[in-house]
Design a protein around this ligand. Structure first.
Ligand SMILES: NC(=O)c1ccc[n+]([C@@H]2O[C@H](COP(=O)([O-])OP(=O)(O)OC[C@H]3O[C@@H](n4cnc5c(N)ncnc54)[C@H](OP(=O)(O)O)[C@@H]3O)[C@@H](O)[C@H]2O)c1
Length: 494
């Protein structure tokens, strides 16, 4: 008897981990496939154990028992066979294979089977499997992923024991600035966070990264970015609690971190565009993610793209014991650069050294150019978050044809730089912003993955954080401004 073959494939608009999370559960299809009415795994075995049997009834009353033959989390493949059925499918073996589509956000799903049928029923049963099972399954799973695992078929049991949050406003604790000024202007208030809009997810935040930029915003140095009243903060990590229309790549329960060009992260719950988010794997905890997503990506673009740092590059890193500084030093050292750094105390010098800074210059009054010339006859690249107080010294420290990267202004806004001044040493000057270097979601994911990998490889040391309750945001700002902090600062919603 000739075996019949049915092969169907599709592309699902969701990352492979998301699709596989559903399909690897051998007992999941009554939650997403409309032809399946009720399904149970026999003998209480786990639904991903090879040899387990799912026993299910179809909406039309038919009854099937299928056994899981193989399951590979590495290759995203599972195979199963019918061991008993009221439909005349004989020797039925099916394989599901997933492959990531190049952009990482979509998944190729291949579903193939072979089986025998009673004579004369070949075409009918091929049709039934191809359309009634596979094509309908593709459409149903797409819908299931789009609606979220808690929102699919209302008559079915929930997929999770977590409470299902309705898409209604959520009350959050939020830090508001009502007048520009000192840290005391950061005050906690209650606010309502509406359901997420199109393309957005609502996140219950567990850790919020503090960046020096937040201080510029609070002081009113960039009023167009933080009109009053406003909430500072450019990054955080947490759990997705619900998803807006058109969101297919994330579901409630997913752990994410995000960075985005519009402030507002000093809050316990926030809606953000999916395009700002990166999914967090098991190896990266929320505190690390919030402390190092923006700062790590900054180190990545500064060294790889803008500074083009390589073995032998003479690099000068200011605030070398700070959030960005420690990451830059460690990564640059691994690239073989000659790493010099400034810090304002001996205690910070130790931290800078631990993070790969070979030549630490201790100075609290922005005097360092003579030391740089002594060490290396000038710097090829300067990573400068100090701003105006270090202006003359930075120029003096540059080697001919060097590159002065001015990424911040902790000491005050940099006065305008004359092109004729730069020509004296034939140097270049850059004024970058991290958000321009994560212009697409794919690039954001790629850079974030490089940062996490650098942690996993031990190139970046486990991040040192100083933690503050969200409502103590003013204390955190005062600490960062005091020049006493080291590593990264993180706010924790209560
Ligand atoms: N453009 C971008 O893409 C981008 C992205 C991220 C960060 N940044 C910039 O990178 C720099 C570092 O940011 P971060 O968040 O990691 O902060 P941080 O380095 O942890 O803290 C700032 C450090 O600046 C130094 N500093 C020198 N003069 C200061 C002053 N007058 N007041 C306060 N601090 C002073 C202090 O170190 P010492 O006491 O050791 O000198 C202080 O610890 C900032 O300028 C920030 O704006 C830019």
């Amino acid at each position: 008897m000739a075996l019949q073959k049915v092969v169907r494939s599709t592309v699902i608009d969701a990352p492979i981990e998301r699709v596989w999370a559903v399909l690897r559960d051998f007992n999941s299809h009554d939650r997403w496939h409309e032809v399946v009415d009720h399904s149970e795994i026999e003998d209480g075995k786990p639904s991903d154990r090879v040899g387990c049997v799912r026993n299910f009834t179809l909406q039309d009353g038919n009854h099937i028992r299928e056994m899981l033959l193989s399951l590979s989390d590495k290759d995203y493949v599972s195979t199963y066979t019918i061991i008993e059925a009221t439909v005349p499918l004989q020797r039925y073996v099916a394989t599901i294979t997933l492959k990531p589509v190049t952009d990482g956000q979509r998944t190729f799903w291949h579903w193939a089977s072979s089986f025998a049928t009673p004579p004369g029923m070949e075409a009918d049963l091929r049709n039934m499997v191809a359309q009634g099972v596979y094509e309908a399954g593709f459409a149903n799973l797409k819908r299931h992923l789009q609606l979220g695992s808690n929102a699919g078929r209302s008559h079915l049991r929930p997929t999770s024991t977590k409470p299902v949050l309705q898409a209604s406003p959520v009350v959050a604790q939020t830090i508001k600035v009502r007048e520009y000024g000192d840290a005391v202007q950061l005050r906690a208030e209650s606010s309502e966070v509406p359901p997420p809009g199109v393309g957005e997810v609502r996140i219950r935040q567990t850790a919020i990264g503090v960046n020096y930029l937040d201080i510029y915003l609070r002081k009113g140095w960039i009023p167009e970015l933080l009109p009053l009243p406003g909430t500072p903060g450019m990054e955080a990590a947490g759990e997705v609690i619900d998803v807006g229309p058109d969101v297919t790549s994330l579901l409630p329960g997913d752990r994410v971190a995000y960075m985005g060009p519009a402030p507002g992260s000093y809050t316990s719950v926030r809606n953000v565009p999916v395009a700002w988010t990166v999914r967090l794997g098991a190896g990266i905890d929320d505190g690390t993610a919030a402390a190092s997503l923006l700062k790590g990506i900054t180190a990545d673009y500064l060294l790889r793209d803008l500074g083009r740092v390589k073995a032998g590059t003479r690099l000068l890193v200011h605030a070398a014991a700070g959030g960005v500084g420690t990451l830059v030093c460690a990564w640059a050292r691994n690239m073989g650069a000659l790493v010099m750094g400034t810090v304002s105390s001996e205690a910070k010098a130790r931290i800078a050294r631990d993070n790969g800074c070979q030549h630490v210059i201790v100075t609290s009054d922005y005097t360092f150019s003579a030391a740089v010339h002594h060490i290396s006859q000038g710097a090829d690249v300067i990573i400068d978050g100090l701003g105006d107080a270090a202006r003359e010294e930075n120029f003096a420290a540059l080697a001919p044809c060097g590159h002065w990267i001015s990424l911040g202004q902790a000491s005050g806004p940099l006065q305008p730089i004359s092109p004729d001044w730069l020509v004296g040493k034939s140097v270049s000057f850059s004024r970058p912003v991290a958000f321009a270097y994560v212009a697409t979601h794919a690039v954001l994911n790629q850079r974030a993955e490089r940062v996490w990998q650098a942690f996993r490889d031990g190139i970046l040391l486990p991040v040192q954080t100083e933690q503050f309750a969200l409502k103590e945001a003013a204390t955190a700002h005062a600490r960062l401004e005091s020049r006493q902090s080291t590593g990264s600062l993180v706010l924790l919603p209560g």
